[in-house]
Write a protein that binds this ligand. Structure first.
Ligand code: MLT
Ligand code: MN
Length: 300
């Protein structure tokens, strides 16, 4: 199985268009800390030919152009794409806005929970995906589906919240249901867990992931109040439904005792110090974590 990190950054990307905090500022100053990173997406394939795109980011067109694995094949049919299906893990804009990039009458199946498909159904702009060619197919939690030949996926609930653009009144940030899911992806030999958004980790989740060949996990913020301290916002990671990387409640600690062959942070916010060399990255790497980046390919 191959897994391709199509976009390693959280919503906004790196740099973010309206941000002059240190990581983003390095680009505007002409001394980038890191190659630019696009918004959250993963592609997986069991045969290297047919790809399941997981989450469709606002950067999708440039992401396809940047990755030969996702280019149309030439020399045959004039309209084609190796993206055979799309699967969504939540309804946030960084995971659904790219669907609008896929509106050119190419057949594919769009998989998600009923709840996430409901978000799309409530927004008529997504009717741009012609239902005659793009089939929307609801998936149940806890059922193993063969979504592409040789590639099976099981969805499970992880704590999270409704999409930001649907928040009303008091927001529950650790809802467990159909609005935020993790994925167990398998080709029958290796298993990869993809969890780009998660508010907390419990023993049930640890038991599910234990022994996997790879865990790609929510690395949005290094510290919960990182955006406040950077002076770019008022929200904590908790308020956004993302557990942070560091500290006693963080993901490094939460996964420390769980055997997994490779552990990779993805969905990193542009304020995250993991993007640059320093003690934070050293801490994550010493704990066995890799920092995801656009174009990272895992062969499992
Ligand atoms: C998140 O991961 O918290 C969301 O992508 C936020 C957003 O919609 O920008
Ligand atoms: Mn996001």
């Amino acid at each position: 199985m191959k897994a391709l990190v199509v976009g390693a950054a959280a919503g906004g990307g790196l740099p973010q268009w309206n941000c002059a905090a240190p990581n983003s500022a390095s680009y505007w100053q002409g001394a980038p800390i890191h190659p630019p990173q696009t918004q959250s997406s993963l592609a997986v394939s069991a045969n290297g030919e047919d790809w399941l795109l997981i989450n469709a980011s606002p950067d999708l067109r440039s992401q396809i152009i940047a990755r030969p694995q996702l280019h149309p094949r030439t020399g045959g049919a004039l309209r084609n794409s190796p993206i055979a299906a799309v699967l969504l893990t939540n309804g946030d804009l960084d995971h659904i806005a790219g669907l609008l990039t896929l509106r050119e009458k190419e057949p594919f199946t769009l998989f998600a929970t009923e709840s996430i498909l409901g978000v799309l159904a409530a927004n008529p702009v997504f009717d741009a995906l012609d239902p005659a060619v793009v089939t929307r197919s609801p998936l149940h939690l806890g059922t193993r589906y063969e979504l592409l030949p040789g590639l099976s996926v099981t969805l499970y609930a992880v704590p999270g919240k409704v999409p930001l653009f649907m928040e009303k009144g008091e927001v529950v940030t650790d809802l467990v249901g159909e609005q935020t899911v993790g994925l167990a992806i398998s080709d029958g030999r290796a298993t990869l867990h993809y969890i780009p958004g998660c508010a907390s980790v419990d023993d049930t989740l640890r038991a599910r992931v234990e022994g996997a060949e790879a865990l790609l996990f929510d690395g949005t913020l290094f510290t919960d109040d990182e955006m406040q301290r950077a002076g770019v916002g008022t929200k904590t990671g908790k308020r956004m439904g993302h557990m942070s990387v560091s500290g006693p409640d963080g993901s490094i600690a939460a996964w420390a005792g769980t055997p997994v062959t490779r552990r990779v942070f993805v969905h990193l916010n542009n304020t995250n110090p993991l993007w640059r060399d320093g003690p934070e990255r050293a801490e994550a790497e010493a704990a066995g974590w890799e920092i995801g980046h656009d174009g990272m390919e895992l062969t499992l």
